[in-house]
Write a protein that binds this ligand. Structure first.
Ligand code: ADP
Ligand code: MG
Length: 246
């Protein structure tokens, strides 16, 4: 019964999102088809305005497609009810944003607890899980600090812990290292990859930095709302080594 489809976690088919802006139609995403394997790290790259955030928002049900569909673990998001979309967002997806989006009045630990409040995890369990996650992002010693008492890299690590709170199958990261210096960027990226590997999480990460994308196993290049090409890095490595032997 189990087919090779079991390995596919995201399947986008003719996915489109058009906007009406001042009597004009903007094709932010125009018939995009691709798939993502479970446990994989896919980078979405392309110039500003190419549709990267639009695509990520559709996967996260922050937005609805104009046409086409996206299947997550075989479930159609286009056909899903509003309640199913909310459940998807809360339980299956963890979001990481460039600007962290932490609640300034809450401590690091309390910020990590927020998604678990939405899924009705008990208080004691919530606190224990928040501390465990802060420990995993090497921030145990900062649990009671508020965002303005933390560095950019530390805040992004809190946001990563928060994204992992409900044990998501999917991490959606929109330029997560865009506000960080290059040394901090590398540390945050290594941490993300470590968490993905340990927890079998699938990550879709938007970046315009080729060095960040180089860590992915698949790179989707977007251009004007369409897929310009899909690069498989494992295949690329194989091609390079074949070339070396010739
Ligand atoms: P990226 O993240 O790659 O920079 P976006 O996905 O944010 O690009 O945007 C893709 C295109 O859609 C851009 O041309 C942008 O101007 C347009 N767009 C995004 N959101 C809206 C909106 N709410 N209304 C009209 N056009 C939009
Ligand atoms: Mg964007």
């Amino acid at each position: 019964m189990k087919s090779c489809n079991e390995k596919t976690i995201i399947q986008a088919e003719g996915l489109s999102r058009y906007y009406q802006a001042g009597g004009e139609v903007v094709k932010a995403l125009d018939h995009v088809t691709f798939s993502v394997k479970r446990g994989g790290f896919t980078a979405l790259v392309g110039t500003s305005g190419s549709g990267k955030s639009t695509l990520l928002n559709l996967v996260g049900t922050l937005d609805r497609p104009t046409a086409g569909d996206i299947l997550i673990e075989g479930q159609s998001l286009a056909k899903a009810t509003e309640q199913q979309r909310i459940m998807h967002r809360r339980e299956r997806v963890g979001f990481i944003f460039q600007s962290f989006n932490l609640i300034p009045t809450l401590s690091a630990a309390e910020n990590v607890e927020v998604p678990m409040m939405l899924t009705n995890v008990g208080k004691r369990q919530r606190k224990a899980r928040a501390l465990e996650l802060l420990n995993r992002v090497h921030l145990s010693h900062r649990a009671s600090h508020k965002p303005n008492q933390l560095s950019g890299g530390e805040n992004q690590r809190v946001a990563i812990a928060r994204a992992m709170a409900n044990r998501p199958a999917l991490l959606l990261a929109d330029e997560p290292t865009g506000n960080l210096d290059s040394k901090t960027e590398t540390a945050v990226l290594e941490l993300l990859i470590e968490l993905l590997t340990q927890d079998q999480v699938t990550m879709l990460l938007v970046t315009h930095d080729p060095q960040v994308a180089a860590h992915a196993d698949q790179i989707i290049h977007l251009l004007d709302g369409q897929i310009e090409r899909i690069e498989s890095l494992s295949q690329k490595d194989a091609a390079v080594s074949t070339g070396d032997q010739q």
